[in-house]
Design a protein around this ligand. Structure first.
Ligand code: KIV
Ligand code: ZN
Length: 388
C-alpha cells in the first residue's frame, strides 16, 4: 500500500445504524453494502454480530455479496462476541474482527470497575483470540480521546504485540479539539514500539461538530484509516461524514492523501442511505445537502453566471450532482432572472428584462422561491411578452 493512501472504513451499517429510531433490514443492508463496495471503500463494518440474530444474518449475507472490500464485524473484548464474529465472517473474501475495550479513566472505573493493567490483559486476550479466526484484527481503545496518552501508548503496544493490524483511536464522545486529536496521533506514531506493523485509524464523533476536522488532523499526523458514515449519521450528533473527508482530501491535493473513492457516486449513496433509514439530510449539509450547490443571493448568482469558480470550490459533477442551482428569490438580481428565463426559453433584451424584473420582484416578495412555472406566468403577464 502506498504511503499516501488513506483507507476508508465505512461504518454506516454499524455505528451509523445506531441512530435512534433507525432500523435497516437485511435486504436494505445488502443494497447499501453493494453500493459501498462499488464506491470503493476499503472496509465495510457490516454489524455487531453478537448483538442480535438479525445483525448476525446481515453480516453473513454481506460477506457473500461484497467483492472487493474487507468485511468487518464489531465485538467487545468478550470471548463469545469474538467467536460469533469469527463465525459470521467465515465466508468473507477478507474478513476483519474489530475488538476492543474502554481505556479512559471513567470507562475503567465506572464501566469495568477495573484497573489499567487488568484492561491491558483483557485487550491482549481479545486480540489474541480474534487472531485465531482472522488474520486482520483491529483493536479499538474506546474513549481514546479522553485517555491519557502514555497509557494509550501502552495498551496500543500490547495490542500490536498480540497481533493487532490496525489501532483504532476513537474520540468516542466527540470531545477533542483538532490540535489535541492530531497531537495524540503524533504521540502514538512516535512512542508506540512496533507501530510500523499497524495502521492508526481515526474514529471521531461529532458532539462538538469537530468529527471531520479531527479525522483530517489525524491523517495529517500519520493515521492512515478514517472510520466514517454516509451523511455522517451515527450515535448522538453522529460520526465523521465519509463524503466530507473524501472531498477534503480530493480538493486539497497538496496534502498528498488519496482515498481512491469514486466520488461521483457520493450524492446517489447519500440519497440511498437517507431514504432507506428514513433520516432526511439537512439542506445545508456539506457536499450532499440540497443546498450544497444552490446559489440564491444576487451577488453570488451574478458571480456564478460569469464563472462558477467565483463561488464554488468543487464541481458538483464530481460528487454526482448534475449542475449547480441558481435559485430565484427576492434577493436575486437581473442576471439570475435572465439566466433562468433563458433556460426555459426566453431570450430577454435589456428593456424587456427591466420591466419583467420589476414584476418578478413583486412576485418573489410573496413567495420563498420562484420556479419555472412562475417564470412563465410572470413573463406572459408582462407587456414585453408580445415582443418576445
Ligand atoms: O465510538 C466508538 O468508540 C466506537 C467503538 C466501538 C469503535 O464506535
Ligand atoms: Zn463510534
Amino acid at each position: 500500500m502506498s504511503d499516501n493512501k488513506v483507507q476508508i472504513f465505512d461504518t454506516t451499517l454499524r455505528d451509523g445504524e445506531q441512530v435512534p429510531g433507525c432500523k435497516l433490514n437485511t435486504e436494505q443492508k445488502i443494497i447499501i453494502a453493494e453500493q459501498l463496495d462499488f464506491l470503493g471503500v476499503d472496509i465495510i463494518e457490516a454489524g455487531f454480530p453478537v448483538s442480535s440474530p438479525g445483525d448476525f444474518k446481515s453480516v453473513v449475507e454481506i460477506t457473500k455479496i461484497v467483492k472487493n472490500a474487507t468485511v468487518c464485524g464489531l465485538t467487545r473484548a468478550v470471548e463469545n462476541d469474538i467467536k460469533v464474529a469469527g463465525e459470521a465472517l467465515k465466508l468473507a473474501k477478507t474478513g476483519r474482527i474489530h475488538t476492543g475495550i474502554g481505556t479512559s479513566e471513567s470507562h475503567i472505573k465506572y464501566k469495568f470497575n477495573s484497573t489499567q493493567d487488568a484492561i491491558i490483559e483483557r485487550a491482549v486476550k481479545a486480540v489474541s483470540y480474534a487472531k485465531t479466526f482472522v488474520e486482520d484484527v483491529e483493536f479499538y481503545a474506546e474513549d481514546a480521546g479522553r485517555t491519557d496518552n502514555e497509557y494509550l501508548a501502552r495498551i496500543c503496544e500490547a495490542a500490536i504485540k498480540a497481533g493487532a493490524t490496525v489501532l483504532n483511536i476513537p474520540d468516542t464522545t466527540g470531545y477533542c479539539l483538532p490540535s489535541e486529536y492530531g497531537a495524540k496521533i503524533k504521540y502514538l506514531k512516535e512512542n508506540v514500539k512496533g507501530i510500523e506493523k499497524a495502521i492508526i485509524s481515526c474514529h471521531c464523533h461529532n458532539d462538538l461538530g469537530l468529527a471531520t476536522a479531527n479525522s483530517i488532523e489525524g491523517v495529517i499526523n500519520g493515521a492512515r484509516q478514517i472510520e466514517c458514515t454516509i451523511n455522517g449519521i451515527g450515535e448522538r450528533a453522529g460520526n465523521t461524514a465519509l463524503e466530507e473527508v473524501v472531498m477534503i482530501m480530493k480538493q486539497h491535493p497538496y496534502l498528498n492523501l488519496d482515498t481512491g473513492i469514486k466520488t461521483e457516486m457520493l450524492y446517489g449513496l447519500s440519497q440511498l442511505v437517507s431514504d432507506s433509514m428514513g433520516i432526511y439530510t439537512q439542506p445545508n449539509k456539506a457536499i450532499v445537502g440540497a443546498n450544497a450547490f444552490a446559489h440564491s443571493s444576487g451577488i453570488h448568482q451574478d458571480g456564478m453566471i460569469k464563472n462558477r469558480e467565483t463561488y464554488e470550490i468543487m464541481d458538483p459533477k464530481d460528487v454526482g450532482v448534475t449542475e449547480s442551482a441558481i435559485v430565484l428569490t427576492a434577493r436575486s438580481g437581473r442576471a439570475a432572472l435572465a439566466y433562468r428565463a433563458k433556460k426555459v426559453g426566453y431570450e430577454l433584451t435589456k428593456i424587456q428584462l427591466d420591466e419583467i424584473y420589476n414584476l418578478f420582484l413583486d412576485y418573489a416578495d410573496k413567495k420563498k422561491e420562484v420556479d419555472d412555472d412562475d417564470i412563465h406566468k410572470i413573463i406572459e403577464s408582462s407587456k414585453a411578452y408580445k415582443e418576445i
